[in-house]
Design a protein around this ligand. Sequence first.
Ligand SMILES: Cc1cc2nc3c(=O)[nH]c(=O)nc-3n(C[C@H](O)[C@H](O)[C@H](O)COP(=O)(O)O)c2cc1C
Length: 161
Amino acid sequence: MEVLEAIRGRRHIKQFKPDPIDEATWMSWLQEATNAPNHKMTEPWEIIVVGPEARMNLRHGANFGDAPVVLAVLSKRGASQIERDENLMAVACFLENLSLIAEANGAGIRWTSIGWQEHARQVLGVSDEYDIANIIGLGYPAEVPQAKPRTPIAEKIRRVP
Ligand SMILES: Cc1cc2nc3c(=O)[nH]c(=O)nc-3n(C[C@H](O)[C@H](O)[C@H](O)COP(=O)(O)O)c2cc1C
């Protein structure tokens, strides 16, 4: 699949098929996602594989779209606010890589921001050293939503002399 095709075709998946994804397969996708840019090679991403008990305790309303795999994607906070922000940006790149790899393999991701809630940190036992950038459901889509139209980029560009 061409990169542009994956970028255009990638969607936030709300509901997944029950079909499992082989662990070796999604592990290889995570490995490829580490090719993301990251300042000073901090490689700030860390992953928690969320098992059934923790998943239930997270109490996500839609149960991550019944995804066969749920992963909490952490970002190391680092030693300063700048490092923390840059690390989160690097983890966003990691997540986009993972989304595009999933798309290219007929799979997809459901994003959830519940990791920003204290409750999720408690359930997953995450220390103050990390942000939980996102807790994702990963699987094969039951349905791929329509793309939402984007604003022409020209409307978001300004120039300074
Ligand atoms: C950082 C981030 C956090 C998100 N958190 C949520 C979320 O908590 N719940 C949700 O339904 N979608 C979440 N999304 C997905 C967006 O709603 C989705 O990307 C947007 O509607 C555009 O749809 P598309 O990804 O299919 O193009 C998140 C996306 C990002 C990048």
